[in-house]
Write a protein that binds this ligand. Structure first.
Ligand SMILES: [Zn+2]
Length: 233
């Protein structure tokens, strides 16, 4: 039995914490949307259906293994089409309903707008809950460990993605990431973007090294978040 905690986070809004990862459930008047589906939880649909009587769809912020634990419970899943490679590599079998930058999904009186934030993975998206002025941001903007090593990651696209996201900064007051502290605030986007640019420019940061998932990883601590980068060694 995987342990999790359900926290009411507003009207028709819940967050479900499973260890270091969290998922969100947003309810409109017609339907509900689960945002990500857990890591070791494989029954997120049942959990969501115990909280809302509306039909529950699933959208993935991206398809890393710690975000798609219950995907098999849905035949069709909303996702950015650029995420398909990562999704299939992590065992995802559901059909993909493509969502792209600027798309709006209406849950009934509650509009969710998609913002493409590539870099951490090619099809990473943020989901803007327009009424609440909250951006559910997945992994690119957070105060924990931002994985930037291995296939599908790109620091160049990460910088582009954050610069794109900053254009929407007037539309939200808080960001709710999948990991670490919640909420975080829009100023963090610029801080992460600046640091990422400096790393790309070759500026030296203090770091530690760790062996994980079969490779040496350089953990660059920025003071407010860590970038996990491929090691030169
Ligand atoms: Zn994650």
């Amino acid at each position: 039995m995987v342990e999790y905690r359900v926290i009411k986070a507003g009207d028709g809004t819940w967050r479900i914490e499973e260890g270091y990862v969290r998922i969100f459930l947003l309810e409109g008047t017609e339907r509900a949307m689960l945002i990500d589906s857990g890591m070791d939880i494989h029954s997120a649909k049942e959990i969501a259906e115990s909280l809302t009587d509306k039909p529950v769809s699933l959208i993935n912020t991206h398809a890393d293994f710690d975000h798609i634990g219950s995907n098999a419970e849905w035949d069709k899943v909303y996702m950015h089409p650029e995420e398909e490679g990562n999704f299939r590599a992590n065992g995802g079998t559901s059909e993909i309903i493509p969502v792209r930058d600027g798309d709006v999904i209406d849950l009934g009186g509650r509009e969710l707008k998609i913002i493409h934030i590539p870099g951490h993975t090619p099809g990473s998206i943020g989901i803007l809950d327009r009424n609440a002025r909250v951006l559910i941001s997945g992994d690119p903007v957070q105060k924990g460990r931002i994985f930037m090593f291995g296939e599908y990651r790109s620091m160049e696209r990460y910088v582009e993605g954050l610069e794109h996201l900053m254009q929407y900064a007037g539309e939200f007051d808080e960001l709710w990431p999948s990991h670490a502290e919640i909420p975080v605030y829009p100023a963090l986007i610029g801080d992460l973007c600046d640091t990422a640019k400096k790393i790309l420019a070759g500026e030296e940061f203090s770091y530690t090294e760790e062996f994980m998932y079969g490779e040496n990883v350089r953990i660059t601590d920025t003071g407010y978040a860590s970038f996990l980068l491929p090691s030169d060694n």
